[in-house]
Design a protein around this ligand. Structure first.
Ligand SMILES: *Cc1c(COP(=O)(O)O)cnc(C)c1O
Length: 228
């Protein structure tokens, strides 16, 4: 019988997912966009594998993790029984590139030539090419990963040359405590200028604003899995 019972945590995650999906759909419609054009990336960092399983049971198939090491501890064991895609969304050291390429279906944090080199080498060794996004440090924050705004065009063009259509879009995390809308608008505009379809922006606190500004992927953690 116990397999038929839901723990309170499982039920809460299912309810939160429903609520977030509804808010995404409403934000898309308000912006004159189609709800299905916005993909929800459920960010499960710091949460146990049981939380991921609860989200999978509720129909969620796209997940995000900050740390490659943590992703390696949770996700490979789920592949046999579930179809999902895993996004690496945290700043990446070059010595983690190979693990990221092996584990991730998407790497959202390509932000410098050395890392592009390491990812290209890893792709050649692993025989597997994740979808790639260039992360832009739109707020010029020294502690954050991401290419500087001024260097973005050159780096994006380099990555197009190196990775071709695997380079799918742009990603940003605006400074906390600042109006994110100008950052979101800048990123969406830059993606459009480069003919890149994916714009990954917006977290629990601001995903509706991001959708209004053109986000095609939103990365939501605490609104689904609870505070960390
Ligand atoms: C943690 C994290 C998120 C999700 O943040 P929440 O505020 O919990 O929704 C999204 N993107 C990145 C890069 C993160 O590190």
């Amino acid at each position: 019988m116990s397999s038929l019972l839901q723990s309170p945590e499982t039920a809460a995650i299912a309810e939160n997912l429903l609520r977030v999906r509804t808010r995404i759909a409403e934000a898309a419609l308000r912006a004159g966009r189609r709800p299905e054009d916005v993909t929800l990336v459920a960010v499960s960092k710091t949460k146990p594998v049981e939380a991921v399983q609860a989200a999978l049971a509720a129909g969620q198939t796209v997940f995000g993790e900050n740390r490659v090491q943590e992703a390696a501890g949770k996700f490979p064991q789920l592949r046999a029984a579930h179809a999902f895609s895993l996004h690496i969304i945290g700043g990446l050291q070059t010595n983690k590139a190979r693990d990221a390429v092996r584990l991730g279906d998407v790497i959202e944090t390509l932000d410098r030539p050395k890392l592009a080199e390491a990812i290209a080498a890893a792709i050649a060794k692993e025989g597997r090419t994740p979808t790639l996004l260039v992360e832009v440090n739109t707020g010029a924050e020294p502690q954050k990963s991401g290419v500087a705004r001024d260097d973005a065009d050159g780096f994006i063009n380099d990555c197009k040359g190196r990775f071709g259509t695997a380079l799918a879009g742009l990603m940003c995390v605006p400074p906390a405590g600042e109006d994110p809308a100008p950052h979101f608008t800048w990123l969406a505009d830059r993606a459009a200028r480069h003919g890149l379809a994916v714009v990954s922006m917006g977290m629990s606190a601001d995903f509706e604003t991001a959708i209004a500004c053109g986000a095609t992927w939103v990365r939501v953690g605490s609104a689904i899995f609870g505070s960390r």
